[in-house]
Design a protein around this ligand. Sequence first.
Ligand code: NAD
Length: 367
Amino acid sequence: MTNTLLILPGDGIGPEVMAEVRKVIDWFGAKRGIAFDVSEDLVGGSAYDTHGTPLTDATMAKAQEVDAVLLGAVGGPKYDKLDFSVKPERGLLRLRKEMDLYANLRPAQCFDALADFSSLKKDVVAGLDIMIVRELTSGIYFGEPRGIIKEGNERVGINTQRYTESEIARVARSAFELAKLRGNKVCSMEKANVMESGVLWRDVVQEIHDAEYPEVELSHMYADAGAMQLTRWPKQFDVIVTDNLFGDLLSDLAAMLTGSLGMLPSASLGAPMANGRPKALYEPVHGSAPDIAGQGKANPIACILSFAMALRYSFGQGDEAARLEAAVEKVLADGLRTADLMGPDGGTPVSTQGMGDAIVAALDAAL
Ligand code: NAD
């Protein structure tokens, strides 16, 4: 099977970090015989500058055809005054919506060398490796009715939490499938004590478990208690599955347990395509970082680890993904640090390019 990949570097530091990912992709082609049919296109502000839209129909169509889309970042002050309909972020939102990417995967993984970066005690986070699966296309951010209405003399803000059984079932399946590739444990979080949508969420997750994944360990937790447990002892979790709103909060909380924004990858997955691979968009969690763009200061690891997720979840190359993650671990253990990772313990400062080169060298050395 060919491996097709659409690369959308975007704006700001997006193209800089993506250039380092290209080195890694080339390495896998040359040294591991894993060839990728790579195409590259514009998204966000760079697409607006060229085409007057943050995502052309042609790019959208291409994204629907490929096995995986890898995106850098979009946005920047230059575009802040644009009309909402053509803002850079609209390009990203259109990709997520039209590809129907309902499962957002946010790993929180703490590399030992960076454990001091966490705001929590070292023994609480060292070796942490959990995955939050957030439902991304439904729930309170999309439910109707919504709006601000007038009631008597005052305004009322309205949003509606709404989930169908099938929306819950498909994201639950994503979580159980992931757990099978990891620690075989899922914790589902909602507020079934106060929300009917939470009661249905809990029921459907349990039904899918009992009917299809009885071998996976399942637990349920109220989302507020989950937030407490995530900061108390996060290593108790493997995969957490939760709705759009709680997932938004809990995934940011969990991610920051591990330190820098420059280290955090993500994946958004949809339904399987004809070849069995899921629709997929991989991207670092960070934005376009206009404050450091063009200075060789950006940490490329979040984007490189997003490609590792693509290897694992789109291309069926879990061992090669682990190889790439081990190379990242090695350069960090060797003390190499982009500016965002420079802590009190010092380290060897490297540029964006220097970090990419070191990771490729570590891949070579481990062969
Ligand atoms: P940001 O993530 O771009 O930057 C926040 C801070 O983290 C900055 O100080 C930045 O220098 C630093 N940082 C981010 N990524 C880094 C990296 N790889 N290496 C080193 N340091 C890094 O968030 P922001 O400043 O709130 O937003 C800037 C622009 O990015 C805005 O236009 C925003 O809309 C956009 N944005 C885009 C995405 C996306 O494309 N998915 C996500 C968030 C923000």
